[in-house]
Design a protein around this ligand. Structure first.
Ligand code: NAI
Ligand code: A1CAB
Length: 284
């Protein structure tokens, strides 16, 4: 269904690259139909062009009229200016996909022509290898056909879940930001393991395989993490000692707090933006 659809990424940072990489690797869309632009860093655009074969286009030269899907992939603070700069060129059938944390479909709809098709998307950087956990929530005017296009496109970068928009903040807290928590944990594991004298090269492989194996046990066995944890924990054994230390040092609480804070931040971003809109009179 994606066939000859044309997509433009506005914003050429790490999230745009991860999505472009996953989409190109899926071969569902020809790289020549995936356009990427940013505010000013042409060197970065050329880097993406060389790596993925996607046309890198200066903002002023990007013909948005010919696009079917426009992906907003800039930082949330830049969204208002971006929407202001494109709203007069948008065509009614064009679908806007926003991957911006904390930016509601209502906010976008209020800053583009009435009736525009909008979908809020929360991917993660594992899009790079087609392993994202991605959520979508459609705006008020989005057609079923455009929702299907979006799902098909996003399936190129991993699993897609349709959720109510009010759950986007918690989704961002666990899945959008989630990879960073695991990387942080893996960083700590690497540091400690290196003290043993094992090479970083082998340690990195061991830890990654351990994480992949644990995640796949949940995916493939359908068991709960609590049961799987119990299966690892022999009475009075090594895991019991490790888990006791984790509890003593607030491991569980630290993870809960990380998710809470990321979720709150997502909510805070939208509140901040809407407040500034109230001040400037965009939202009445
Ligand atoms: N990095 C991540 O893991 C994830 C990021 N996101 C969202 O993706 C968005 C981008 O994040 P990153 O890629 O990490 O940021 P980044 O800072 O790496 O990239 C932002 C890009 O937007 C461009 N930009 C800013 N204003 C622009 C404008 N007016 N016109 C064109 N381009 C403009 C910048 O030049 C830069 O290329 C954010 O809104 C974030 O909330 C969502 C899910 C995960
Ligand atoms: O840190 C952020 O704000 C973005 C959104 C989710 C992951 N990265």
């Amino acid at each position: 269904m994606l066939g000859k659809k044309k997509i433009a990424f506005i914003g050429a940072g790490s999230m745009a690259e991860a999505m472009i990489s996953g989409i190109v690797a899926s071969e569902k869309l020809a790289p020549k139909n995936i356009f990427v632009t940013n505010r000013s860093n042409h060197h970065r655009l050329l880097e993406l062009q060389n790596k993925y074969g996607v046309p890198a286009v200066n903002r002023d030269h990007l013909n948005l009229n010919s696009m079917d899907i426009i992906v907003l992939a800039m930082k949330p603070k830049d969204v208002e200016a971006t929407l202001h700069s494109i709203k007069n060129t948008l065509k009614p059938h064009q679908l806007i996909l926003s991957v911006l944390a904390g930016i509601s479909t209502t906010f976008i709809e209020k800053n583009v022509p009435f009736g525009q098709h909008v979908i809020r998307v929360m991917p993660n950087t594992s899009s790079m290898i087609g392993e994202s956990a991605t959520a979508i929530s459609a705006g008020r005017h989005t057609s079923k056909q455009n929702i299907s296009f979006a799902i098909e496109l996003l399936q190129c970068i991993g699993e897609v879940y349709t959720i109510p928009e009010e759950k986007m903040d918690i989704f961002t807290g666990i899945a959008g930001s989630g990879p960073a928590y695991f990387y942080y944990l893996m960083e700590q594991m690497e540091k400690e393991a290196q003290k043993s004298g094992l090479s970083l090269q082998i340690i990195r492989k061991i830890i990654a395989q351990t994480v992949v194996g644990a995640a796949r046990m949940i995916q493939e066995q359908g068991a709960s993490p609590a049961i799987l944890r119990e299966n690892v924990t022999s009475p009075n054994g090594t895991t019991a000692a490790g888990l006791a230390a984790l509890k003593r040092h607030g491991g569980g609480k630290a993870i809960t707090e990380a998710i809470k804070q990321a979720t709150n931040r997502s909510n805070e971003i939208s509140l901040q933006l809407e407040k500034s809109e109230i001040r400037t009179g965009v939202i009445g």
